[in-house]
Structure formats: structure tokens, C-alpha cells
Write a protein that binds this ligand. Structure first.
Ligand code: C2E
Ligand code: MG
Ligand code: MG
Ligand code: MG
Length: 287
């Protein structure tokens, strides 16, 4: 392919490729020890009920404090962790840390929240996933109703029958499931009805242009309608503007998550937001 593009393009292409391969190798090398060295941490983004404005849950999102490169976001290392198989150990750490943190908030007297943990394909396919979830619950003392797993359509469609069986096992433990980034994957509508899930999450790519693109508005309102017809709840991710929020509320969306309400926060800041958040949010700063 590169050859067809001619000599100059070919050199350019190769240089770009080397740069990204080099970055990959550096990060991959570091990934192996990062877990033992305690370089990962979780931040938590509130999920808000669109009708009451109440925070009912949080999504745990992993960050890597790299000793040389600073904070690295998951889009840059989760794919590497997937490819290398490291995701199983990292995912287990995320699951255990999220459950322990949620239990710690409850013990501190904060009104119980549901914590959502992202599970990527290799983690979901791990034959020990169900035991790992059970162990994270047992060791933290968190009741299963306060845990949710977010999986993408791609995870499920790899092996539909097996995935549905595994989802059913998770559901039977009392843990909820949601479909993340809904609308960007390949799940068929007929498959959707067999998933033992409780929530569909509208991908942020459809949320971004609400109020500007009639196409995205049609997609978002169709997903909301579909979810409700299937007796599922529906949440929108990536909500940044008041305009997006009003569109979602007027079109019956149940929940939202995004910078408009809050960025993902370290645990102490999240706790502070929840404890001071009981005061009216419109209160003047001086009050
Ligand atoms: P996701 O699960 O779809 O998470 C939503 C992403 O959108 C997060 O990015 C979040 O910080 C970002 N976000 C939230 N609100 C807004 C907003 O208003 N505007 C915009 N533009 N973005 C917003 P983040 O934290 O960089 O995570 C990216 C992806 O990495 C996640 O997408 C998830 O697929 C993956 N990921 C994150 N943490 C974990 C983890 O612990 N395990 C696994 N397996 N995957 C993870
Ligand atoms: Mg997610
Ligand atoms: Mg998402
Ligand atoms: Mg995403």
C-alpha cells in the first residue's frame, strides 16, 4: 500500500509509523511494572438523574501517572493492555479498587452510589471474570446492587451465545450491566432484546451535535425510544452544554454524564461534591 503512494509518501508513512511504534514500545515496557509500582489510579465521574438532578452513581475511569510522561489517558494504554493481555491484571485491580472505594464512601456516611466499571473484550472473555467480580465484592464488603459493569457491543457480538450466558451469570449475582457507546458497534436489534442489561448508554458522538444536527437528534431520540420500549433505562455520555441537556430531558432520556455537571474527579473531590452538593447549586459562592 505504502509503495503505491510513491517514494516521498512512502518515507513519510514509514516515519510516522516508527514514531507510533516507538511510543507503543515505551508504554508497553512501562505497563508491565506500572501496576506493581502503583502508577495507576481511578477518577470518578458523577452520573446524574436528568429529572431530579440527583447524583445516583459514578463511573470509574483509570489514569496512569507515568514517571516520565505525566498523566496518560486510557485511550492510549488500554488498547496496549488489551493486546498484551495485561488488561486482565489491570482490570482486576480496577474492579477491586472501585469496589473498595465505593464501600469506603458508604462507610463514611455518603448516600449509597452505584459504581460503574468498564470491562474490555479480553477481560470479559476471561473464564474467571465471574469469580473475579465475586471476589472483588467479597473482599470489599460491597453489596452487588452497588456495582455495574459497562461493556461495549463489540464485546458481546464476538460470541453472542457465550456472552449472553456470561451476562446472565453476572446478573444473577445481583450486579447490573449496561451497554457503553451504544450505536457505534454492530449489535443487531434482535440480539439486543436477549441481553440481560438494565441500561443503554448513548455514545458521546451522537450527543455532541444535539441542537445542531437533525441527524444526531434523530439517532438520540430513537435510542431513547428503543431503550424504553425494551424497558431499559438510557443515559447520555459527554453532555457538555445546557442545550444538549434540555434536548435530552425533553426527549425523555433518564440520566446524563458529562463535563456540564462534572469532570471525572479524584475520590476526595467526588466526596466533597456529594456532601456540599446537597445545598442548592445556584447558591452564590460567598454564601
Ligand atoms: P468510556 O467508558 O466511554 O468513558 C467515557 C469517556 O468520556 C471518558 O474518557 C470520560 O472522561 C470522557 N468524558 C466524560 N464526559 C465528557 C464530556 O462531557 N465531554 C467529552 N469530550 N468527554 C467526556 P476517558 O476517561 O479518557 O476514557 C476513555 C475510554 O477508556 C473509556 O470510554 C473506556 O472505554 C476506557 N476506559 C477507561 N477506564 C477504563 C478501565 O478502567 N478499564 C477499561 N477496560 N477501560 C477503561
Ligand atoms: Mg464507560
Ligand atoms: Mg462510553
Ligand atoms: Mg467510549
Amino acid at each position: 500500500r505504502a509503495k503505491e503512494l510513491g517514494k516521498n509518501n512512502c518515507q513519510f508513512y514509514t516515519r510516522e509509523m516508527n514514531a507510533s511504534i516507538e511510543e507503543k514500545l515505551v508504554l508497553l515496557e512501562g505497563l508491565r511494572s506500572a501496576l506493581d509500582d502503583g502508577q495507576f489510579r481511578l477518577v470518578y465521574q458523577p452520573k446524574v438523574d436528568l429529572h431530579t438532578g440527583r447524583v445516583f452513581g459514578v463511573e470509574a475511569l483509570v489514569r496512569w501517572d507515568h514517571p516520565e510522561h505525566g498523566v496518560i489517558g486510557p485511550d492510549r494504554f488500554i488498547p496496549l493492555a488489551e493486546e498484551s493481555g495485561m488488561i486482565v491484571a489491570l482490570g482486576d485491580w480496577v474492579l477491586r479498587s472501585a469496589c473498595a472505594q465505593n464501600r469506603a464512601w458508604q462507610d463514611a456516611g455518603i448516600a449509597p452510589l452505584r459504581i460503574s466499571v468498564n470491562v474490555s473484550p479480553r477481560q470479559f472473555e476471561d473464564p474467571q471474570l465471574v469469580q473475579r467480580v465475586q471476589r472483588a465484592l467479597d473482599d470489599s464488603g460491597l453489596a452487588p446492587e452497588w456495582l455495574e459493569l459497562e461493556v461495549t457491543e463489540g464485546v458481546i457480538m464476538r460470541d453472542l451465545q457465550q456472552a449472553v450466558a456470561k451476562m446472565a451469570e453476572v446478573r444473577a449475582m445481583g450486579v447490573s450491566l449496561s451497554i457503553d457507546d451504544f450505536g457505534t458497534g454492530y449489535s443487531s436489534l434482535s440480539a439486543l432484546k436477549s441481553f440481560p442489561i438494565s441500561t443503554l448508554k448513548i455514545d458521546k458522538s451522537f450527543v455532541r451535535d444535539l441542537g445542531r444536527s437533525s441527524g444526531d437528534e434523530a439517532i438520540a431520540s430513537s435510542i431513547i425510544g428503543l431503550a424504553h420500549r425494551l424497558k431499559l433505562r438510557v443515559i447520555a455520555e459527554g453532555v457538555e452544554t445546557e442545550q444538549q441537556r434540555s434536548f435530552l430531558r425533553e426527549n425523555g432520556c433518564d440520566e446524563m454524564q458529562g463535563y456540564l455537571f462534572s469532570r471525572p474527579l479524584p475520590p476526595q473531590q467526588l466526596a466533597a461534591l456529594l456532601t456540599t452538593g446537597s445545598a442548592p447549586r445556584s447558591l452564590p459562592a460567598a454564601a
